[in-house]
Design a binder for this molecule. Structure first.
Ligand code: G6P
Length: 610
């Protein structure tokens, strides 16, 4: 949470920093600020609210310079006010920070006792004071940051500038993400890759415990202890256009419609249609490794957790292995029984979610093999894992995840099929047929999106005033019901419950009356008959039934008030089709209500706090 960006070079840096912050705004949008070195002094402008407020403030107080740092905040310590907005300044130093300094209270007391006074309630201001103290002992900025960080415990990605060193930034990281972009006569830093994409594709992903000095003509990496580090420069193949809206009203809508392409890219080179197998991707697992797996544990948060729930069905059905799904935050709250013999699959769009990262580390520490499924290349979770599989969704900007969810599900399907085949649980014939079905997915998804868009928009309008919405599903459709409800809650602020259809009679049935739309996900699979009974139960209580079902299912058509159809396909693929109208439903409700679809209140896309 929080986005940071920095620039040092020969250009006017304010527009570059603002542009970078726009791309990072999904990480937090409570307040924003810039600190710009004009060669003589550092000027700071900050504003409460979204970036446009900062832009307005800059119209009143323009800044100019060729070295600068910028920040967009998701408040943790201290309410979202201007004094708590970053950058924080102490003496000659300005700092931006993403993360949490755990020992800030003790450090603050100590610094105050030494005569320092604080302007904000933040943990970050501590860092500015500590660096300034070191500078006053005649350290240069690099030494000063190193000295300050020795005293600090917690998670941080920071960028620091000093009045004394006009053309230099010092950055450092522990737990929170930080990327360095390499330009010609200019260098950049940012919280993630898309922030820097318009300027360079050559990036260094900083590791925990590393820091770097950025100057116009070079970047020097070292550990916090001062040992120099040889940088590993990556060439990023995402294009800057992928982080633009391309004519769509919102990123979320664009990302919903990008899903056929995202799935195509995620499957590309990984489906061997000639031999009917999963190929070109090993997941860090040899045949012997696959055979030795005794159990699979899937770890994730939020939407990725719903993908993990679908993954469990796939692993059980295709790989014949026991599988459990864990909310990463809860897994960490126990002393979980996990160890060698377990394959732990950590699923995370950002690859940075702190709970997922820590849970995966816990499992690894207990001897489990960790496989990461992530979207952001070089992010923390794949870096710590024994094997990784990248979804190739491209940058996801909308805070509510859509294309990353479906690509995660596709990745899990490939993983389960891969393991199943190597354990000889899954027959070559079944796998061959599945591979053919998967190859059809982009085409089927396009059909669903085009075919249901208008109908779903109409339904959203019709049920716009509903205060509660119920989503029901069984089997593979249960996580889809949860995800449909989460999408609606996240972006439209309508109360929604996702429930296992069979559990409805144990509680949520009490919510149903003629005012409550009930979205029943009932594709043609082995759960259909039982879901139909639940649909009837909801209807008998006066619920307005919107069914998401397989094309030509006339029985559903007769019972439901409204029907959204998806094409017939292998039942294992159904979640990838039925989720699409539910994403659209949430989108249209939110858009009609006029909420901030891409940046819903209180949320942030990458959650690096516990
Ligand atoms: C946040 C986002 C969700 C996301 C979750 C997990 O809450 O708003 O969209 O599903 O984090 O994120 P991850 O990056 O680990 O998938």
């Amino acid at each position: 949470m929080c986005g940071i960006v920095g620039y040092v070079g020969g250009a006017e840096c304010v527009p570059i920093l603002i542009d970078g912050l726009k791309r990072l705004e999904y990480r937090g949008y409570d307040s924003a600020g810039l600190a710009i070195h004009d060669g003589q002094k550092i000027d700071v402008v900050r504003a409460v609210g979204k970036l446009r407020e900062l832009e307005r403030a800059l119209e009143q107080r323009p800044l100019s310079g060729q070295t600068g740092i910028g920040h967009t905040r998701w408040a943790t310590h201290g309410s979202p006010t201007e004094v708590n907005a970053h950058p924080h300044v102490a003496g000659d130093v300005a700092v931006i920070h993403n993360g949490i300094i755990e020992n800030h209270l003790a450090l603050r007391a100590e610094l105050e006792a030494g005569g320092r006074s604080f302007a904000s309630d933040t943990d970050t201001e501590i860092i500015a004071h500590l660096v300034d103290e070191e500078l006053r002992r005649d350290a240069d900025l690099e030494q000063a940051v190193r000295g300050a960080l020795r005293r600090v415990q917690g998670a941080y990605a920071i960028a620091v500038t000093s009045v004394r060193e006009p053309a230099r930034l010092v950055v450092a990281k522990s737990a929170s993400p930080l990327v360095i972009g390499l330009g010609e006569g200019e260098n950049f830093c940012g919280s993630d890759i898309p922030a820097l994409l318009p300027y360079t594709r050559r990036m260094i992903v900083l590791e925990d415990g590393q820091m770097a000095v950025l100057e116009r003509d070079g970047v020097r990496l070292s550990t916090l202890d001062g040992a120099s580090v040889e940088p590993q420069v990556r060439s990023i193949d995402w294009s800057p256009v992928m982080a633009e809206k391309e004519g769509y009203k919102h990123f979320m809508l664009k990302e919903i419609f990008e899903q056929p392409r995202a799935i195509e890219d995620t499957l590309r080179g990984r489906l061997d249609r000639e031999h009917g197998d999963i190929a070109g991707v090993e997941f860090g697992l040899t045949q012997a490794d696959a055979a030795a797996i005794e159990r699979v544990v899937l770890l994730a948060c939020g939407t990725s957790h719903h993908a993990a729930m679908i993954g469990r069905y796939y692993i059980e059905e295709l790989a014949g292995l026991g599988a459990s799904v864990e909310l990463a935050s809860e897994f960490r709250g126990r002393d979980p029984v996990v160890g060698s013999g377990d394959l732990v699959v950590a699923i995370s769009q950002s690859g940075e979610t702190l709970d997922t990262l820590m849970a995966a580390r816990l499992a690894k520490g207990k001897g489990a093999r960790v496989l990461a499924i992530a979207n952001v290349m070089g992010s923390a979770i794949p870096r710590m894992a024994d094997g990784e599989l990248y979804t190739r969704a491209g940058p996801e900007i909308g805070v509510a995840s859509t294309k990353c969810f479906t690509t995660q599900v596709a990745a899990l399907l490939m993983l389960a099929a891969y393991i199943g085949r190597r354990r000889q649980v899954l027959s070559p014939e079944r796998l061959g047929a599945l591979v053919e079905e998967m190859a059809r997915l982009p085409h089927l998804m396009r059909d669903v999106l085009q075919g249901t868009r208008q109908l779903v928009a109409n339904l959203a309008r019709r049920y716009l005033t509903a205060r509660d919405v119920l989503f029901l599903g069984r089997g593979l459709s249960f996580p889809i019901a949860l995800e449909g409800a989460l999408k609606l809650k996240e972006i439209s602020y309508v109360h929604a419950e996702g429930y296992a259809a069979g559990e409805m009679k144990h509680g949520p049935i009490a919510l149903i009356d003629s005012e409550v739309p009930v979205l029943v996900v009932v594709p043609d699979d082995s759960c259909r008959e039982r879901s139909m009974s639940n649909l009837q139960e909801a209807k008998a209580r006066g619920g307005r039934i919107i069914a998401v079902s397989t094309e030509g299912d006339d029985e559903v058509g007769r019972l439901a008030d409204d029907r959204i159809e998806v094409p017939a396909a292998d039942p294992l693929l159904s979640p990838l089709l039925t989720i699409l109208p539910l994403q659209l439903y949430a989108y249209y409700v939110a858009d009609l209500k006029g909420t901030d679809v891409d940046q819903p209140r209180n949320l942030a896309k990458t959650v690096t706090v516990e």
